[in-house]
Design a protein around this ligand. Structure first.
Ligand code: NAP
Length: 461
């Protein structure tokens, strides 16, 4: 007999159910999910990116609960979060994610499950395992988990040094179906990680994607690991990625230079512990001229500002993701021998920069993409150890995921926006109250900052 989602939610909220109780709990046949529709792929044709509205393309609907396969798990999602990839999916840029689902389906008849006329989005989740498929040994029903989004089977030799190099590596909930913006998600067992006990469902769910990405970029040997004393220029320093980059730079004893677009965001960087902030809006940098050429004088002005702050030094590492609008300036200001680590191109992926500033000064550009399981696990472990903290500023109900994505699309959020799925309200799921109490100031920092939009409410350090 099929179960109901109400029963699933009640068992989780009771907090007393055993693994056996979860295994015996009948699964519902359908679930709520935030989807895009294949039929809508061309709905925004001819519009500028900023006019493509996720509130029109994201639907909340009832869809079938997927079947669980070998080495997979079904997770009851208590909370998820909005990542920029949900925005890309919702505006069908740079390509429709239905192309990814078609490609994923070619792997095997079993992977055909992903190829549907709807795409359940979402690349973050925190929740409870309901079912595991054959072959899952490290986790079991009833375990409270967070989910990272590296979806990889590892049957190709190329991925065995670093699973991000596997030819069939995908981002779950973006390049696969059945993501986290739903009541139940389908994941591979090697995406599971223990949920940090001192965090609520929505706090825990707001971290894995951006935290793991920033970890690989600034801590892992696969990125540009920073060390004590390094100067690290961080674009969007209190955005999703940047807010974690800032914490990793500070934890390493490096000196971050925080790029932000408002005074309030700058104050938040200082509250977190940064000495140096540049408000790009107040400085009105224009690296591109109207005629499509670039303005090297503006890059010099930017470099001069950096040197004023640092006492004449240039960045050892630049943490890049805005892309086309900033990339040439990032290359320009990096110190000779320094590195530009990039994982994205929000403002355009056709970068142009003067290569003389790269080769003559022996700088390096390093590409980075999400994180392998080990890196995601280490990033999650640092959260469990309370050395890295969430950036959650606001939480929306699942039904308003479109509005939440709209906010992120228009850079109106600070840090991360959480989404409640099965969790009926914020603040649930905390198992370690004592650990939480010790870090409550850091945990609530972004939330308080957003409350004043962004007139910071003072928190304990
Ligand atoms: P986010 O939360 O929106 O933060 C990005 C921040 O960058 C914004 O808060 C903004 O800060 C700054 N910014 C935006 N446009 C800019 C521009 N044109 N020039 C300078 N600064 C700009 O997004 P996110 O989660 O950090 O993601 C950022 C990008 O990385 C997205 O394109 C996303 O898809 C990509 N990403 C890639 C990976 C990967 O594994 N490859 C993983 C995560 C994210 P201010 O306005 O305060 O300056």
């Amino acid at each position: 007999m099929a179960g109901t989602m109400k029963d699933v939610r009640e068992v989780i909220l009771s907090g007393t159910a055993s693994g056996a109780d979860y295994s015996a709990l009948p699964l519902p046949e359908s679930m709520r999910a935030v989807t895009t529709h294949k039929d809508d792929e061309k709905m925004f044709e001819g519009l500028e990116s900023r006019d493509k509205d996720p509130r029109r393309s994201l639907h909340l609907e009832e869809v079938a609960v997927p079947e669980v396969g070998a080495n997979e798990a079904l997770v009851a999602v208590m909370a998820s979060s909005i990542n920029f990839n949900t925005v890309w999916s919702a505006i069908f840029e740079p390509i429709s994610t239905f192309r990814f689902l078609e490609r994923a389906a070619k792997l095997s008849p079993w992977d055909q499950r992903h190829n549907l006329p709807y795409h359940v989005l979402g690349s973050d989740a925190a929740g409870v395992i309901l079912r595991t498929g054959p072959g899952v040994t490290a986790f079991k029903p009833g375990d409270e988990v967070t989910v990272h989004c590296n979806y990889v089977d590892l049957q190709a030799p190329e991925g065995h040094d670093d699973s991000m190099l596997d030819p069939d590596q995908r981002i779950w909930g973006f390049e696969t179906n059945f993501g986290g913006l739903a009541d139940i998600a389908l994941v591979r067992a090697n995406q599971l990680m223990p949920k940090p006990a001192h965090l609520s469902w929505e706090e825990a769910a707001s971290m894995p994607l951006v935290n793991s990405t920033a970890y690989r970029m600034l801590v892992s040997h696969n990125g540009s690991p920073v060390k004590q004393g390094d100067i690290v220029l961080i674009w969007g320093a209190v955005g999703g990625l940047g807010g974690f980059a800032l914490q990793y730079a500070l934890n390493a004893g490096a000196f971050p230079i925080c790029m932000v677009s408002s005074e309030e965001k700058g104050r938040l960087c200082e509250t977190i512990g940064a000495r140096w902030v540049i408000d790009r809006s107040a400085e009105e940098y224009r690296f591109w001229n109207e005629d499509g050429s670039q303005d090297v004088r503006e890059m010099r002005r930017f470099g001069k500002k950096i040197r004023e702050l640092t006492g004449g030094e240039d960045p050892d590492v630049v943490f890049e993701h805005p892309g086309r609008q900033t990339f040439a300036a990032s290359v320009f200001v990096t110190r000779p021998g320094g590195q530009i680590i990039t994982c994205a191109s929000t403002s355009g992926y056709n970068h142009e920069y003067d290569n003389r500033y790269l080769w003559m000064q022996k700088k390096r550009i390093i590409g980075s993409h999400f994180a392998n399981y080990r890196e995601a696990w280490e990033a999650n472990r640092l959260v469990c150890k309370r050395a890295i903290h969430p950036l959650l500023s606001e939480t929306y109900p699942l039904a308003e995921a479109g509005e939440a994505a709209y906010q992120v699309h228009h850079n109106r959020q600070i840090g991360k926006i959480g989404v409640l799925c099965l969790a009926p309200e914020e603040g649930l799921g905390v198992r370690d109250e004592e650990g939480r109490a010790r870090h409550i100031g850091q945990i609530n920092l972004y939330r308080n900052a957003a409350k004043g939009r962004f007139g910071l409410v003072k928190t304990e350090p």
